[in-house]
Design a protein around this ligand. Structure first.
Ligand code: PEP
Ligand code: MG
Length: 838
């Protein structure tokens, strides 16, 4: 078989291509073009490496002869993308008895032994596949080299190869084969590498880092990898090679440092050269690079430069600084920041450098992390907050009556639930870190204890950390990083806004949510779930009175007490949103959600209403439904008990007038939930128009409003054509629409969702990423039929999917006017929308 030796010398004009020779070869060529002192290097293209892996013999002599009488060389992996990994670098190829003897003469025995031993260790473990433990005793002494050579000979039943050409061809072969191995393939595919991803290899003359004058090696970068702020960072180690300086404790600092000697002290000119090289790299490679360098007898070589590893916050700082310095465009800065990485900046995070004592894992339902003491009830959470003690509320699952506890808690953990269960939705709205469906722990509510899978028991008051970004629950107080909502963050999102072409609103129920939405520069409120306004203690009582009213007069009296409270809510929302659109959804949940579930609660209610317990219990039972999510809720309540919607409409219009009188015009948007038939809309519209007319007459103020429909049932999507006759806008509530399209309970799906996704029944949790095939088709049909009736119809989505980048992509393509998501997801949505438009 003919030997192959296809390679390219890395010179400024050589034809080195990333697709053929890999990122490292391309990067080295750039360094060469920048006139950096890069040792002689050649690149083997992927095609050659593939042939080597397939068994073609290599003409290593031809490669070696390129380097002339150079003693030693190294081989490094060069895949197309640095994230795809690759086999480890092998240094000091060419080392043999003759080279050893020569190096003993020039550099002394210790140095010569160290170089040789390093090569024998690498060769024995990577090429001959011998047990690495046998070649790394931890300590290196005068006998180590001899022992390693002997051990090699014993195991392989042949002497350690002396011929540099044989050494090189074996190293190339083993690296080429390692790339084809199953585990390497799975690992890189997990990082997004395509199946056909190939490996290039880079062969480089060794700059040895060992010598008489100043000699050593090190690694230098110019920013802090956690904050992204300018900072020279790295280590240098005399008489060393490769990345040793990062591993050994005796390595020294680069810049002058109180703690000990530094490279700047011992070699100020070389230090200055490195700083200069770093600046050139940043300018010309348009990236913050980490430089690997070697000094041999006072001569500096730059062996390699890789993109600095960075946290999300550092990534954002770097991108904005590069654009501010005119090195990259604003478009590119926006594209360089991954939308999902933003959530790391909005909330405190567990410091990734710290140890993690995880005792339970669940679904990451609301990002960020918090440390607090365990409480098992809403009351305990409120008591804890009143004492000024941060607490984490741990529940089997949460119900509407837990809202106050969730407000009071800094984090929430539930044993059950999925991404759209009550706890998850509320926690995201509040910006409270939350883990739901936490398996690996057992909640014993009676004894108020939490038993971890490993047997550890946590009681009320024990300190834990909830990491809603990863879904982990940790014992004790983990080290935290503060949020990073600074000017850089705002600047990048401002740039993103100038590129995107779909609106972003927020789902906001309370003034606090609205303030968050403004802070994150949402373009309005796309969904205000008004029922969340009725859970405050004082309102809940009146609400319950309304529910238990025997006559329509009594009901009207209770509603009249709720009216000013609602009006005040809307005034606040309109004022905070200062002229931006506010879309208010009329009351949606089944009434029994407002009733206590425990006997104790019912007794308290009987007392408050001054009625016998038996009657209260009977009425509560009568309101209970077998399938409340498909029962008397949404517009069905609006049709059967029109007084509730009438009160809400009156509150909305009166608030409109009040705010307009102060000089800020408001055009409220009123949205009807859970519609499935045109007639429902007609009936509600008639009532609301009448209320509007009466408020206009009463106040003498003219105002406008828009009435729209929330499309949450498959039938509403199919009949959107006729529904749009009465609706100025349609907003798809994809939580319920997903639930009803699949016939899949959004509160219970967590139980089997993992299995379903693992077994490929669903590609992903459809409550998390929009099911474009099924639910998506209903969205397209609804939008198309609605617009056919009314070309100026505003179309949007307000389910949890509104904050999911893939789902935003779907809505954008379908020509939706805006998406609406939890306030804390607004920044992510703004950036994701810009990515889609660029
Ligand atoms: C929905 O169903 O998508 C929605 C936004 O409403 P909710 O989550 O309040 O049911
Ligand atoms: Mg809904």
């Amino acid at each position: 078989m003919q030997k192959i030796a296809e390679f390219a010398e890395i010179t400024p004009s050589a034809d080195i291509r990333r697709e053929a020779h890999g990122w490292r070869a391309k990067c080295l060529q750039r360094l060469v073009r920048l006139d950096l002192p890069v040792p002689e290097t050649v690149a083997l293209p992927a095609q050659t490496v593939r042939a080597i892996a397939a068994g073609h013999p290599v003409d290593a002599k031809a490669i070696l002869s390129h380097f002339g009488p150079v003693p030693l060389i190294s081989v490094r992996p060069s895949p197309e993308n640095p994230d795809w990994g690759g086999p480890g670098t092998v240094l000091n190829i060419g080392m043999n008895a003759a080279q050893h003897a020569r190096l003993v003469e020039t550099n002394g025995r210790e140095a010569a032994d160290a170089l040789y031993l390093r090569f024998v260790q690498a060769y024995a473990t990577h090429v001959a596949r011998l047990d690495p433990d046998m070649f790394d005793s931890g300590k290196t002494n005068a006998d180590s080299l001899r022992d390693a050579l002997r051990h090699y000979e014993r195991e392989m039943e042949e002497a350690f190869p002396e011929d540099p050409a044989q050494q090189l061809s074996e190293v190339l072969r083993s690296m080429a084969r390692a790339w084809e191995g199953t585990s390497a393939r799975l690992l890189r595919q997990a990082k997004g590498a395509p199946v056909e991803a190939a490996l290039g290899l880079v062969v480089q003359e060794m700059a040895q880092g060992i010598g008489q004058g100043i000699s050593g090696s090190g690694v230098m970068q110019f920013i802090d990898p956690v904050t992204g702020l300018p900072l020279v960072k790295g280590r240098y180690l005399g008489q060393s090679q490769g990345r040793d300086a990062l591993k050994k404790t005796e390595a020294i600092y680069l810049t002058r440092d109180k703690r000990g000697p530094s490279l700047e002290d011992i070699a100020p000119e070389i230090f200055a050269d490195l700083i200069r090289h770093g600046a050139v790299c940043r300018q010309k490679l348009r990236e913050e690079m980490q430089i690997e360098f070697t000094i041999e007898d006072g001569k500096l070589s730059v062996l390699d430069a890789i993109k600095v590893q960075r946290s999300a916050r550092a990534g954002l700082k770097i991108a904005v600084a590069l654009a501010d310095d005119g090195i990259i465009s604003r478009e590119e800065a926006v594209l360089r920041v991954e939308p999902r990485a933003l959530s790391e900046l909005l909330h405190p995070q567990v410091d990734m450098r710290a140890a993690r004592d995880v005792f339970a894992k669940g679904i990451a339902a609301s990002p960020g992390a918090a440390v607090g003491r365990i409480v098992f009830s809403s009351q305990a959470a409120q008591a804890s907050a009143a004492r000024g003690e941060p607490c984490i509320m741990v529940r089997r699952e949460t119900a509407p009556e837990d809202i106050r506890g969730m407000h009071a808690a800094v984090g929430v953990v539930t044993e059950r639930g999925g991404v759209t269960s009550h706890a998850a939705v509320i926690a995201r709205g509040l910006g409270v870190p939350c883990v739901v469906g936490a398996s690996g722990m057992r909640l014993d509510t009676k004894d108020k204890r939490l038993v971890a899978a490993d047997g550890r028991v946590f009681g009320e008051g024990d300190l834990i950390t909830v990491d809603g970004t990863t879904g982990d629950v940790l014992a004790g107080a983990a080290e935290m990083l503060a949020p990073a909502l600074d000017d850089t963050f705002r600047k990048l999102l401002g740039w993103a806004d100038s590129f995107r072409d779909i609106g972003i609103r927020a789902n906001a129920d309370t003034p606090a949510d609205a303030a968050t939405a403004r802070q994150f520069e949402a373009q309005g409120i796309g969904l205000c779930r008004t029922e969340h306004m009725f859970f405050d203690e004082d309102r809940l009582v009146v609400m319950r009175e309304m529910i238990f009213a025997d006559t329509s007069k009594d009901r009207a009296a209770a509603l009249a007490r709720l009216l000013p409270m609602q009006r005040a809510d809307f005034v606040q929302l309109f004022e905070i949103m200062a002229g931006l659109p506010v879309c208010i959804r009329l009351f949606d949940p089944p009434l029994h959600e407002f009733l206590p579930h425990s006997r104790e609660g019912l007794r308290e209610l009987a007392e408050a209403l001054d009625r016998p317990l038996s009657e209260v219990t009977r009425r509560a039972e009568a309101l209970a439904e077998f399938n409340p999510m498909l029962g008397m809720r949404g517009v069905r309540l609006g049709v059967v008990l029109p007084e509730i919607y009438a009160m809400q409409a009156q509150a909305i219009f009166e608030a409109t007038v009040e705010v307009a009188r102060k000089g800020a015009p408001v055009v409220p948007e009123i949205m009807i939930p859970l519609v499935s038939a045109r007639r429902e809309v007609e009936l509600v519209k008639t009532h609301i128009d009448a209320v509007a007319a009466s408020v206009r007459v009463k106040t003498g103020v003219a105002f406008d409003y828009k009435l729209g429909v929330m499309v949450e049932t498959p039938r509403a999507a199919l009949r959107a054509g006729e529904i749009a006759q009465h609706a100025a806008f349609l907003s798809f509530g994809t939580n319920d629409l997903t639930q009803m399209t699949y016939g899949l309970s959004r509160d219970d799906a967590g139980r089997f969702m993992n299995t379903y996704v693992q077994q490929g029944v669903f590609p992903e949790d459809p409550f998390h990423t929009l099911d474009v095939d099924g639910v998506g088709e209903l969205l397209l049909i609804g939008a198309e039929r609605g617009r056919a009736t009314r070309p100026d119809l505003t179309v949007s989505i307000c389910g949890e999917h509104g904050g999911n980048p893939e789902s935003i992509g779907f809505c954008r393509k379908a020509g939706f006017d805006y998406v609406s998501c939890s306030p804390y997801r607004v920044p992510l949505a703004r950036l994701a929308a810009a990515h889609l438009a660029l």
